[in-house]
Write a protein of this length. Structure first.
Length: 77
């Protein structure tokens, strides 16, 4: 009886571990995709001649957001 319960618990742990790995991969892939898109947008906005102060603030905010997005995969270890 106890061995059967232990076996069931072990199977559930293994199943959950695999699900976590799949989710971590999805998160890393999505973070990478977002990072690439945001980098491209930031680069395009930086090409604007004589940007207004508001645009400069938006670019700075986008850079901070990009930094945070790039940190996401580090948390999925």
């Amino acid at each position: 009886m106890k061995t059967e319960i232990d076996k069931n618990i072990l199977e559930e742990i293994l199943k959950t571990t695999e699900e976590i790995k799949v989710l971590q991969k999805k998160i890393r892939d999505n973070a990478q995709d977002l990072s690439e898109k945001l980098s491209k947008e930031i680069h395009e906005l930086e090409q604007v001649p004589n940007p207004s102060p508001k645009l400069q603030k938006l670019i700075l905010s986008a850079k901070f957001l990009l930094r945070d997005i790039n940190r996401i995969p580090k948390y999925c270890v």
